[in-house]
Design a protein around this ligand. Structure first.
Ligand code: ADP
Ligand code: MG
Length: 693
């Protein structure tokens, strides 16, 4: 029988209640059990004498119970004192049953595994795994490294081990099979075992296995599974892409009249990179199937202009375009830009933010529904609130790293009408290495704006301890003396918005006092959008010299005269965020600088991160460092990549497999299309069903 057809209820000891709990872990069949892979391994084969236990180290011990008593100091606790002649140890349980207590009779032999910690009297193990050894039962000789699985309430380690043992037995006896779904010729490494062997190995590695290699996930058996998991995810995203392509979309092929008029009025020419990406988009939009394109471009590379050209192409073809941003502030900036650019050439722009008055909102909705407004700008709340369009042809999503795959899909569905789905253009400033992008965004085509507009001077970055704050303030004063403007970004306080706000107010007061001749403004997350806007506009129009801000300016307005940015507590921010912030200066032709202040002492990682910021302005290099330090889940936002639920693969560690994954995917799609669904089901299970629903 195929492992995926063998129900979990067919396992010994699995009744309806346990089956329900296992279901919570997504475990329904023998296949699910086999692909529920260990998180890590422990070597329990070596029993350590209690006399030589070291705090902080996990290990096995074996000994006799001397005393078991319930203590009531603060909390009801079962304390079991065991000794083995070389020393003694206390096992501490906060949750325990009466039967459990009674089983610890004086003289009982037990084997326990746990982490030794310093206790009030002896070393302790808190809630160790243990078993009671019957009178002269020899201690069980461990035959393999002990796998540790992720568990859920009501399903313990022991249970999962028993289940995997059963599943492996069924597999060995030929009662269940796991199909080899990878074309054998496509396996990139001759050391990779067969699927069945790989599963056996990772669930029960032999005692002489290389524990370090295993814990790093680099054993060929693990790599064999990693390859398949990455392939399954890749195929799943590709499948969504194919499904999307099967829908019809409006052909947006205008005469280019509006685009030309727009470009003619711009005070600059497009960079070659902008031109190339614009052409790629133009070709996509003229096709009768929905475009799904991701545009990557560093901060300041000029994505907005490219988006405007795409919107105009939709308008020329008699359709509307929507521009969505993740925050009110960013949406406002787009609105202003589009208003400036498009109204003069006769294209009406509507504005839909969360905080319009009821009347304003009604008016804007009417603009959108009647088709008078051709471009509608707003936050993504826009779509959640039943906005009607006359004829929507294109959805533009800015700063995509906050959008999930599922949101992307939901959007497309909401925009669909009369059997036609709108085109989608997604823009991100988070550059991702190409192979990674091809897997993480396999449902999208990608374009890259890999060039900054000319005339930008690279930002000079310095890293300074906050003990030298006075020098930094002097530097701010000097810049303002020279007629420049300055940003001062307040510490990031994640714990509470209120604290963040208070810190900003304090900084504002201190700087106002230190710089009595300067015009200082404050903008923070607790302000109403209109207030924020007002302050930002003052700064933009040169009415403020110094803008004290919380990180809300991350996506704030464009002020070419701002030539200095000070960022406090820079060591606490992510590289991508620092890069985004720093991108606010260096927009004009004057030399700009960025001061990263930190609170000592710096950890080694923080030191390295700040050094990266000092050494490069290249968003691509920074993103790659960020990936190394934080991992792709953090950087890309796990949700939106669709790769959130990787069991065994790790996009950074296993990056070398990604090119193979792409090749194998093509081959499977071409020669073995019947394998696609089983592969996806095996690795993604429920989440795939959810995504396709
Ligand atoms: P981002 O890619 O970060 O969204 P923007 O679209 O906000 O960048 O553009 C940053 C700034 O560069 C804006 O002031 C924009 O007007 C300007 N800009 C865009 N394209 C060019 C160009 N080809 N030449 C000169 N300036 C440009
Ligand atoms: Mg932008």
């Amino acid at each position: 029988m195929r492992a995926e057809d063998f129900p979990i209820t067919g396992f010994t000891g699995v009744g309806p209640q346990l089956a329900a709990r296992l279901e919570k872990l997504g475990l329904r069949t023998a296949q699910d059990i086999l692909f529920h892979l260990p998180r890590h391994y422990e070597d329990r084969s070596r029993v350590v004498p209690m006399g030589s236990l070291v705090p902080g180290v996990s290990c096995s011990v074996e000994g006799e119970v001397e005393l078991a008593e319930v203590a009531f100091r603060g909390r009801r606790t079962l304390l079991v004192r065991v000794s083995d002649g070389s020393g003694s140890l206390t096992l501490r349980f906060f949750h325990f049953s009466k039967a459990q207590h009674e089983a610890f009779q004086r003289g009982t032999r037990i084997r326990a595994f746990g982490e030794a910690r310093r206790g009030p009297q002896t070393l302790e193990m808190v809630h160790p795994e243990y078993r009671i050894l019957r009178n002269d039962e020899p201690a069980p000789a461990a035959e393999h490294l002990t796998p540790v699985y992720s568990t859920t309430e009501g399903v313990q380690q022991g249970r999962l081990r028993a289940l995997t043992t059963q599943a492996l037995k069924l597999l060995a006896a030929g009662r269940i099979q796991v199909a080899e779904l990878l074309p054998p010729q496509a396996i990139p490494d001759a050391r990779f075992p067969t699927l069945a062997d790989a599963l056996r190995y990772v669930h029960r590695p032999p005692l002489d296995a290389d524990l370090l290699q295993l814990s790093e996930g680099r054993h060929p058996a693990q790599r064999r599974l990693v390859l398949e998991e990455l392939l399954a995810h890749h195929l799943s995203l590709q499948q969504r892409r194919l499904e999307a392509r099967r829908e019809a979309a409006p052909v947006l092929a205008g005469d280019g009249r509006l685009g030309k008029a727009f470009l003619a009025r711009l005070p600059f020419a497009l960079t070659r990179a902008q031109q190339r990406v614009h052409e790629e988009i133009r070709a996509d939009l003229a096709r009768p199937e929905p475009m799904m394109r991701l545009v990557q471009g560093d901060v300041g590379s000029g994505k907005t202009v490219v988006a405007a050209l795409a919107a105009l192409q939709a308008v020329e073809a008699g359709c509307q375009a929507v521009v969505m941003a993740p925050t009110e502030l960013l949406a406002e900036q787009h609105f202003r830009n589009f208003l400036d650019w498009l109204e003069p050439i006769g294209v009406r722009v509507a504005w839909l933010a969360g905080k319009l008055t009821a009347k304003q909102r009604r008016e804007q909705l009417e603009e959108a529904a009647s088709g008078r407004a051709k471009v509608i700008v707003g936050t993504h709340a826009l779509f959640q609130e039943g906005v009607e369009f006359q004829r929507l042809g294109l959805i533009i999503i800015d700063e995509q790293h906050r959008f999930g795959v599922h949101q992307r899909l939901a959007l497309r569905q909401k925009g669909a009408r009369d059997g036609q789905a709108p085109h989608q253009l997604i823009m991100t400033a988070t550059p991702i290495p190409r192979t990674l992008a091809m897997t993480a965004y396999a449902d999208l085509d990608t374009s890259i704006i890999d060039e900054l507009p000319p005339g930008r001077t690279p930002v000079q970055t310095v890293v300074i301890s906050e003990s030298r704050r006075a020098e930094v303030v002097a530097r701010v004063a000097a810049a303002i003396d020279h007629g420049r403007q300055v940003y001062w970004v307040c510490p990031l306080i994640e714990e509470s918005e209120l604290m963040q706000f208070e810190a900003a107010e304090q900084t504002f007061a201190a700087l106002s006092a230190a710089l009595p001749d300067c015009r200082v403004g404050l903008v923070h997350g607790r302000m109403k959008p209109a207030e924020k806007e007002q302050v930002m506009m003052l700064f933009k129009n040169g009415k403020l010299d110094l803008l004290v801000a919380t990180t809300v300016i991350e996506v704030g307005v464009d002020v070419p005269n701002a030539s200095l940015m000070v960022i406090e507590n820079a060591e606490r921010m992510g590289l991508a965020q620092l890069h985004q912030l720093r991108g606010r200066v260096g927009r004009g032709s004057v030399a700009s600088s960025c001061v990263l202040m930190y609170k000592p002492p710096l950890s080694a990682t923080a030191k390295r991160r700040l050094a990266v910021m000092r050494e490069t302005n290249d968003g691509f290099v920074i993103a790659q460092e960020d990936l190394k330090i934080r991992g792709p889940g953090e950087v890309l936002g796990t949700r939106q990549t669709g790769l959130a639920q990787l069991h065994i693969a790790d996009l950074m560690r296993d990056a070398d497999l990604l090119p193979h994954v792409q090749k194998i995917a093509q081959r499977v799609l071409r020669d073995f299309p019947e394998s696609v669904t089983p592969l996806i089901q095996r690795w993604l299970g429920d989440s795939a069903r959810y995504a396709n629903a």
